[in-house]
Design a protein around this ligand. Sequence first.
Ligand SMILES: Cc1cc2nc3c(=O)[nH]c(=O)nc-3n(C[C@H](O)[C@H](O)[C@H](O)COP(=O)(O)OP(=O)(O)OC[C@H]3O[C@@H](n4cnc5c(N)ncnc54)[C@H](O)[C@@H]3O)c2cc1C
Length: 404
Amino acid sequence: MAAHGTDPFTETDDQQALRALAREVAERDLAPMARHWDETEEFPQASWDAIRKADLFGITIGERWGGMGMGDVEAAIVLEELGRACVSSAILAQLTFNGPPRAFEHLGSDALRDRWLPMAASGEALFCIGISETEAGSAVNHMRARLTSDGDGFRLDAYKNYVTGGHKARACLVWCRFPGSVGTKGIGAVVVDLASDGVTLAGTHEKMGLRGTSEAELAFDDVRIEPSDVLLEGDPSSSDAFKTLIGHINHERCGNAAMCLGAAQGSLEYAIRYMNERTIGDRPLAELQGLQWKIADVATELEGARLLLKRAVHLAGPHGTPPPLETAMAKTAANLAAKRVCDEAIQLLGGYGFSREYPVERVYRDIRGLCIGAGTVEVQRNFIGTNLLRGAVPSGDAWKRPIL
Ligand SMILES: Cc1cc2nc3c(=O)[nH]c(=O)nc-3n(C[C@H](O)[C@H](O)[C@H](O)COP(=O)(O)OP(=O)(O)OC[C@H]3O[C@@H](n4cnc5c(N)ncnc54)[C@H](O)[C@@H]3O)c2cc1C
């Protein structure tokens, strides 16, 4: 299957077929249950089963482990389509496409890949990532999680917060300090089977949105880590492993942006349909110019963000990682566009927009969490601003022209 189109704007026949398949699953299986998962806060098992049955979990995993070996372009296509129907369900695919399994494949040993990737590709197991701690979110370099030496391996002590899917996952990728680590030096990552002795599910958060997928607090108390469980060893004299891990999160950021775009697209389409049907007196809302301008503005923002995401994932190539500056721009634009679109969609539906019986209210709450996860909008802006001021330029010709 051809993994890549010739430019960011044209999807190959294979990519269009993938989009059609994801849309079919989203509309048939995910959309009708989205409200249920939100209201009940149940794990969206039926969504999991539908994504698995359609063989979508394995799209980014190498063929050697039962996957299809595609890249970030295809991951974004599927996440956009699933997010359009139910963001809580799309996150299950996000964790597989752009979470720990991608890190195992790109950064891990053959032993790690052979152990975990077949389970990820087939949809047999969910994987989660433990980076944040109660005192270290944006300031991830303040993390406390640490390993101590234990013969040929280690012992892990950590308390990870806001671990998406941590209550259902089979294994967790835990960022932690290797012996002797200070600051960003010596931070690396290990994989923990969540059935191991010393692992406890300490609780799950009660949230405003994304209520189908819980964010868990996981405690790791003196957990044995075998040498083969090490994904990336932290060297106490270097920040290289930490930088590699941070850079690899760009996959997750692009997936986050794709879900935001899909969710906002769903709300925008809903609002447009509503405006054509709803009459004020004898005129449909769609005839009111003030409201037409709202649609024009939010659709333009959404399309702008979509183009930025297309650039970022296209630059990753079939097997690479999306570049940091373009990724930060895409995530920022997608998060902000989604906030604006989803807010206006509620406004355009009037009182009904505020009702839990209409989907735009749920989507607004869901995308709110995406503006915080995978690095907040503020942290992305810090990165973009400081890098541009240091002379970095995003890819494309415009920034390479001499200043007039
Ligand atoms: C839905 C969701 C899913 C998540 N999933 C995971 C997961 O699976 N695994 C995981 O490890 N974590 C996860 N997180 C945690 C997430 O990564 C953190 O919440 C995020 O990094 C922010 O950290 P914090 O909550 O500690 O906020 P803080 O870092 O305390 O930030 C508070 C506020 O200050 C702002 N701020 C912080 N530093 C700066 C700065 N230097 N300049 C300007 N503004 C700043 C932030 O943008 C924010 O607005 C998830 C979070 C959410 C909401």
